[in-house]
Write a protein that binds this ligand. Structure first.
Ligand SMILES: [Fe+2]
Ligand SMILES: [Fe+2]
Length: 270
């Protein structure tokens, strides 16, 4: 019987996940029994399945929104920690924000995908979060040359930062960018003395943004350099202290960053 064969074809299609309204054709009065009754039952079943699928889609959407909200709140919490750090250290006020913005611009210039750019920008904002564990004496005005005990404490901040943030799953690779932001291509960085190939690109990008901002900011022991002076130093040490490709990308975005005033407020004491 051709109706029965058609019904079997439709059932096979449905079983393969391809829904259509073809089954409704077989519910017409002229279709012989039992094909018509089976087709009606199938039609009813499909409506129920589709309703459930729709509800599931709504639930998935809700879960996505909740997930995004949790992520947003977690970013807000760690940003508040970064602000708490800035409040302790008046000499680096705005440093985290500026490093985040600059790092994002360099990452974009290097052609990295949007999500990666966002992650690098976030890691830039949080890169010095490990300083929150510093003792108060480190935030007091001091000479350029630090005593050995102080140097040891300072060099721990990348690891401390990654440790503080390690339970925030969504940070993913950002943790290694934070852990490695003081490593250098020539292996003379800290804490692990990694060389170029072992340092993640995100960390190399943050290192350039960090170096530039540190040089152009007034510190107790030094007057901030001009953008041109700081850039000349970045170029001089490209390949040893900083990654060459990141310094080149920085050169290309510098005029834009200055124009957009990303780099304003580099001098908190004025
Ligand atoms: Fe740092
Ligand atoms: Fe820094």
């Amino acid at each position: 019987m051709k109706e029965l064969n058609h019904l079997l074809e439709i059932i096979e299609e449905i079983a393969a996940g391809r829904y259509s309204n073809d089954v409704m054709e077989l519910t017409r009065p002229e279709v012989p029994e039992p094909v018509r009754s089976i087709a009606e039952a199938m039609g009813l079943m499909m409506v129920k399945v589709e309703t459930r699928e729709y509800r599931l889609e709504l639930l998935i959407q809700e879960l996505r929104e909740l997930n995004e909200q949790i992520r947003h709140n977690a970013v807000g919490t760690v940003s508040a920690m970064a602000s708490a750090l800035a409040a302790r250290d008046k000499y680096t006020e705005g440093h985290a924000e500026r490093v985040g913005s600059l790092a994002g611009l360099i990452a974009g210039e290097l052609g990295l995908p949007g999500q990666e750019v966002d992650l690098i920008r976030l890691a830039g904002r949080l890169h010095d979060i490990g300083k929150i564990g510093f003792s108060d004496r480190l935030f007091l005005p001091h000479e350029k040359k630090n005593p050995e005990g102080v140097v040891r404490e300072i060099t721990r901040h990348p690891e401390t930062g990654a440790e503080i943030l390690k339970d925030l799953d969504f940070l993913g690779e950002a943790l290694s960018y934070i852990r490695c932001h003081h490593e250098r291509p020539d292996g003379h960085g800290y804490p692990r003395h990694l060389t170029a190939a072992a340092i993640p690109l995100g960390a190399k990008i943050i290192a350039v943004a960090d170096g530039y901002d540190a040089m152009t900011t007034d510190r107790p022991y030094q007057k901030g350099k001009t953008p041109e002076e700081a850039f000349a130093i970045l170029t001089q040490f490209a390949g040893s202290k900083w990654d060459t490709a990141c310094v080149s990308a920085f050169e290309r975005i510098l005029p834009k960053a200055l124009e957009e005033q990303t780099l304003l407020m580099t001098n908190p004491s004025t």
